[in-house]
Design a protein around this ligand. Structure first.
Ligand SMILES: NC(=O)c1ccc[n+]([C@@H]2O[C@H](COP(=O)([O-])OP(=O)(O)OC[C@H]3O[C@@H](n4cnc5c(N)ncnc54)[C@H](OP(=O)(O)O)[C@@H]3O)[C@@H](O)[C@H]2O)c1
Length: 268
């Protein structure tokens, strides 16, 4: 892996394409150095209120965010490593209900995170699902009550109804944060009230569209996968029904590994 921007002479990791499995093994000097370099690059800034909203996406060259409804085929070893680094650095991982259903989300697993960069914090961040009606399988692994897993947070609305809210509250930390929709600010307030300020949004497109529209997205980590998807019906990175607008972003970092570009943009 190498850093293209800002220009950096030394390789961040081995010249060969990453082998994710090998690189995540602690004790391997090259892997440890690479993880330390990535943790440094992706360290959360600390604004006055401590809240920072970062999103992480992978897309094809032509902008598709899913192949046959899932993002897995767009990803690769370097993207998976950065995905893991970003989760390891986050207080909470936020996802929209459609992403949770499409990608069969589960709670973050302490064993799959880089504990060496989570120092002093719980071994895994909770997943927070944003949903209007809680149309989620509450018996699913996302809601397991294992003591080593962080209890899932459900950010929802009054549309869910009292009965559904009660059922969800048995397996999750439920917050009713809106009547018909949860505003981005209401999401952030509910998460900050639980001590979660380093926020990682993993999608999907509707949720990202809303965060952009409400101007709370500070950072977008976008992996461009070296494939063309061909436009087989998948949407673009953000979905919104509001009027068009432009949010000016500033390029902060570009890494490259095996043809994958790992970019990082900050709100200008
Ligand atoms: N390439 C990538 O990096 C990446 C990342 C994530 C997702 N994806 C792909 O994107 C697709 C899913 O994205 P999507 O745009 O369809 O959906 P999404 O944003 O994940 O979820 C949309 C749903 O989330 C809930 N929701 C979102 N914003 C809300 C708000 N403000 N208040 C209340 N509820 C809210 C609603 O759920 P209810 O239905 O409960 O009302 C809504 O129908 C999947 O194919 C997934 O594979 C790709």
């Amino acid at each position: 892996m190498r850093q293209i921007f800002p220009e950096h002479q030394e390789a961040l990791g081995p010249a060969d394409p990453l082998s994710a499995a090998g690189l995540l093994r602690p004790g391997d000097g090259a892997a440890d150095d690479l993880v330390a370099a990535l943790a440094d690059i992706y360290a959360y800034p600390t604004p006055a209120d401590g809240v920072w909203v970062r999103a992480n996406f992978v897309a094809s060259i032509d902008g598709a965010v899913a192949v046959e409804g899932q993002s897995a085929r767009l990803s690769g070893p370097a993207d998976r490593l950065v995905f893991t680094v970003l989760r390891s650095l986050a207080d909470v991982v936020v996802a929209g209900a459609s992403t949770v259903r499409a990608e069969r989300y589960r709670q973050a697993q302490p064993g799959e995170l880089l504990q060496r960069i989570r120092s002093g914090r719980p071994p895994a961040p909770p997943i927070a699902v944003v949903t209007r009606r809680v149309e989620l399988d509450l018996s699913d692994r996302l809601f397991s009550q294992r003591p080593d897993r962080a209890r899932t947070i459900v950010l929802t609305t009054e549309l869910a109804g009292e009965e559904r809210l009660k059922e969800a509250a048995r397996v999750a930390d439920v917050v009713v944060a809106g009547t018909h929709t949860v505003s981005a600010q209401a999401m952030l307030d509910a998460l900050a009230a639980r001590g979660h300020r380093k926020i990682l949004v993993e999608g999907g497109t509707m949720l990202l569209g809303q965060l952009v529209e409400e101007q709370v997205l500070e950072e977008l980590c976008l992996t461009i996968s070296p494939v063309i998807e061909g436009g087989h019906g998948t949407g673009r990175l953000t979905a919104s029904s509001g009027p068009a607008w432009l949010t000016q972003m500033r390029l902060a970092t570009v890494l490259e590994d095996d043809g994958f570009l790992l970019t990082r943009y900050l709100r200008a």
